[in-house]
Design a binder for this molecule. Structure first.
Ligand code: ATP
Ligand code: MG
Length: 554
């Protein structure tokens, strides 16, 4: 695996160098001070809790680098004075540390993993755009050169921040991410970020506003069955509990159409945007409050399953650090509904034939909070429907803008002699994740099928019977000759049964296997291709030439 990682690193290095980026090495042990300057110490050590932190013998707080915006911005602040020094793009290939909530699948999500991270600095947005596009192209080349199928998708920027960002997804069933895309190739996005047109709402069967007894209808499904209505005629009210970084808890009531689901990434972004209203800077946690959570603030039992958009603020006890009013947000899908059905704030009852502006006041904050779904119509062309695929995020590029440079005072003097914050971009590739993703995309029941460019070895010479001196002699000769011409070759001369050796060669996925077996009698060896299992007999003196052709080593 180390050989695979080195090959991927080399491909990454070559493509980075080709863009004009400079390789460097940054410290993994980082002072908390820098993260306080950028305002991320709390988020990374508490909210996301992703950063390992420690206190040294001088009582100084330190973190193990999960990413390097703070470090690189500090270096830029020290070294860049003038627009004449710009643009600059620096990258490193190094181990990162992240205390992941769910580390799993080997190298896929480790708490220590290898990343290539690059950071660029610019005097103008246009210059950032140029480098961003060059990095986009470089990332496509990296993944193609690794021999993998991928899709570039619009992405959520998360805690890293900034405006535009794009992810590179290696397509594999085992992928943790869902990608939504259209056949015309015009749209692809991570489901966290995806937008689409929801199905049209049906007409409500109720035209008269009234409260109805609806026993045991605490789910949308049960309610639809009971009232013989479509979920598109319902306004669903979902309660969330948000905790901000200043310790303040806010109860959030989201109104959304009954057939739709809240996208918690979009909701989180909206809550971060609203943080200043609560004298906070970021969100620490978001959850649907369970009984224990409710016990901390609910003044009386909540009409769960029957909540209405006008759920009274007096359900919230006056407790320090709990906002006294619900934060009311309405998703776009619920805004245009007429004569809708919704809760009546009383267990076993619903309001039917309701309208905004009559029974209920429309919340002031209207946002897109819905989860786009496979089958939805695309925004750019309603004739296209969204398709779904599983992907493994291999890389992510961001246009950061001045988020870090402004917070940390990293400025330069522009052509007009004015002092301006540096405009930044950042770009990450999961080197070790790519190695594992390659396995997830390319395997069969017998094991790994390494794409040639990143295979640990190009070929393996297997000696079926190590007691046969002729077999050993030919194998060793081929092994030496192949390595000499640059075909990286492994020799299996273990004292094992032939079957065991064949199985192992398949398992570890070396692209070509050469067997010095029975065919030696006629001056030939067997050559087996791992991906197709096709086998052919070739003359011993043709082996090097044949493999050279197959592998195309210069
Ligand atoms: P994810 O959403 O999968 O956690 P991320 O958004 O946290 O990824 P970035 O911060 O953008 O990832 O890091 C850049 C790249 O580093 C990712 O695209 C991914 O390939 C890789 N990466 C991130 N976290 C891990 C991890 N825990 N183990 C292995 N590789 C990782
Ligand atoms: Mg992550």
């Amino acid at each position: 695996m180390w050989r695979v990682l080195q090959k991927i690193s080399q491909i990454v290095r070559e493509e980075m160098d080709a863009t004009g980026a400079q390789e460097c090495l940054l410290p993994q042990l980082q002072p908390a001070q820098l993260w306080r300057e950028s305002g991320r110490w709390e988020t990374y050590t508490k909210a996301e809790g992703i950063m390992f932190s420690l206190i040294d013998r001088r009582e100084t707080e330190l973190g193990l680098g999960p990413t390097h915006e703070e470090v690189i911005t500090t270096i830029a602040k020290d070294m860049i004075r003038s627009y004449r020094q710009l643009p600059v793009n620096l990258y490193q290939i190094q181990s990162k540390f992240r205390d992941e909530i769910r580390p799993r699948f080997g190298l896929m999500r480790g708490r220590e993993f290898i990343m290539k991270d690059a950071y660029s600095f610019h005097a103008s947005e246009e210059s950032l755009q140029e480098t961003y596009e060059a990095m986009d192209q470089a990332y496509r080349k990296i993944i193609s050169r690794c021999g993998l199928q991928y899709r570039a998708v619009q992405a959520d920027s998360g805690a890293i921040g900034g405006s535009a960002s794009q992810e590179f997804m290696i397509l594999a069933e085992a992928g943790e991410d869902e990608v939504l895309y259209t056949e015309d190739g015009q749209y692809a996005a991570n489901v966290e970020k995806a937008i689409s047109l929801p199905p049209d709402a049906q007409k409500s069967p109720f035209t008269k506003g009234e409260k109805r007894e609806t026993p045991e209808t605490n789910t949308i499904e049960k309610l639809c069955k009971f009232l013989q209505c479509s979920p598109t005629t319902i306004v669903k009210n979902v309660l969330y509990q948000a905790v901000y970084d200043n310790g303040k808890t806010v109860l959030v009531l989201v109104n959304i159409r009954g057939d739709q689901d809240v996208n918690e990434v979009k909701l989180t972004n909206e809550l971060v945007r609203l943080a200043p209203q609560y004298q906070a800077t970021t969100l620490l946690a978001l959850q649907v409050p369970d009984e224990t959570a409710q016990a901390k603030w609910a003044a009386k039992p909540l009409p769960l399953g029957y909540i209405a958009p006008d759920l009274d603020d007096n359900y919230i006890s006056s407790v320090p650090n709990i906002a006294p009013k619900f934060l009311r947000l309405v998703d776009k899908t619920a805004v245009d509904l007429k004569d809708f059905i919704t809760g009546a704030n009383e267990s076993g009852y619903h309001q039917v034939g309701a309208n905004w502006g009559q029974e209920f006041e429309l919340p002031k904050i209207v946002v897109d909070l819905r989860t786009a779904m496979v089958g939805d119509r695309a925004v750019h062309d309603p004739n296209q429907t969204l398709q779904s695929a599983r992907g493994i995020e291999a890389g992510h590029i961001f246009q950061l803008g001045i988020k870090y440079s402004q917070a940390m005072g990293a400025t330069f003097t522009n052509e007009e002699g004015e002092e301006k914050p540096l405009i930044m971009g950042c770009y990450g590739v999961g080197v070790s994740r790519i190695a594992q993703a390659a396995v997830e995309q390319s395997y069969d029941k017998d094991g790994i099928i390494w794409p040639g460019a990143i295979a640990p070895y190009h070929a393996i010479v297997v000696i079926p019977n190590t007691n046969d001196s002729n077999q050993v002699e030919v194998a060793e000769k081929l092994y030496n000759e192949l390595n000499k011409v640059g075909i990286e070759t492994l020799l299996d001369d273990r004292d094992e049964r032939a079957g065991v050796k064949f199985k192992d060669a398949e398992l570890i996925g070396i692209p070509y296997r050469i067997v010095t077996g029975r065919s030696l009698k006629s001056g030939k060896v067997e050559l087996v291709e791992r991906s197709t299992k096709n086998s052919q007999e070739i003359a011993i003196d043709q082996v090097v030439e044949t493999l050279k052709q197959l592998i195309k080593v210069e």
